[in-house]
Write a protein that binds this ligand. Structure first.
Ligand SMILES: [Zn+2]
Length: 215
């Protein structure tokens, strides 16, 4: 009942192009689902990450959608991204991890934004897969955003030692799936995976909404 009322007040729209959805459509309109942005095909090797998967390439309607999600308060997109990610994880045989977690933003940035977009994604994916996300990392330094830095070496240096492992007893010897919104060079994900492995995690898997071209 509440769901029907919410749909009347806020009719669901396509998360990519913004078109109103019909009753038959979920998350994406027919055009975006069948003839929309290309799904990721190529594998990318990220140091310390056992396996990675993602939904789309970060460009056009995809980058606009993620910008609305991260900076425009479009928090409801988390459910749609999670449904698509759950499908990717099944296709890639990556749905057998032990612990679901996410790459956190710093407390300072969370205060400014009002929410942590990757935590929302983890909660939504947890609902899809029937598990609860566990925090395994915290961001201990509010470093400059990676998006403003172009060289790979500088991006690696910018995230070095920025994350600390949490709840170590819970994840020792386990396989952890980390979520992030977008990866570019993979420096952040790699640093997080390294931090976790040094703290006893067996394998770190990574799933992201999108992958951006290296500049
Ligand atoms: Zn659409």
């Amino acid at each position: 009942m509440l769901h029907r009322l919410m749909d009347l007040l806020f009719p669901p729209k396509c998360i990519l192009c913004g078109k109103l959805l019909t009753r038959q459509e979920t998350d994406l309109c027919h055009d975006c689902r069948t003839d929309g942005p290309e799904f990721i095909k190529a594998k990318r090797k990220i140091p310390f990450v056992a396996q990675w998967t993602g939904i789309w390439y970060y460009k056009g309607a995809v980058s606009e959608s993620i910008q609305r999600y991260k900076f425009g308060n479009a928090r409801r997109y988390a459910d749609a991204y999670a449904r698509l990610l759950a499908l990717r994880l099944q296709q890639e045989d990556m749905d057998t991890f032990d612990i679901l977690s996410w790459i956190p933003i710093s407390p300072t940035r969370q205060r400014k934004r009002g929410y942590d977009q990757c935590y929302l994604l983890a909660k939504a994916l947890g609902r899809e897969l029937g598990c609860k996300p566990v925090r395994v990392l915290s961001k201990t330094l509010d470093n400059p955003p990676q998006s403003g830095i172009t060289s790979s070496a500088e991006r690696r240096a910018n995230v070095l030692g920025v994350y600390a492992a949490r709840n170590k007893a819970l994840f020792r010897g386990k396989r952890v799936l980390l979520l992030d919104d977008v990866i570019t060079t993979g420096s952040t994900a790699s640093e997080c995976a390294k931090t976790l492995q040094y703290s006893g995690v067996k394998d770190v898997y990574l799933a992201t909404i999108a992958v951006a071209d290296k500049k």
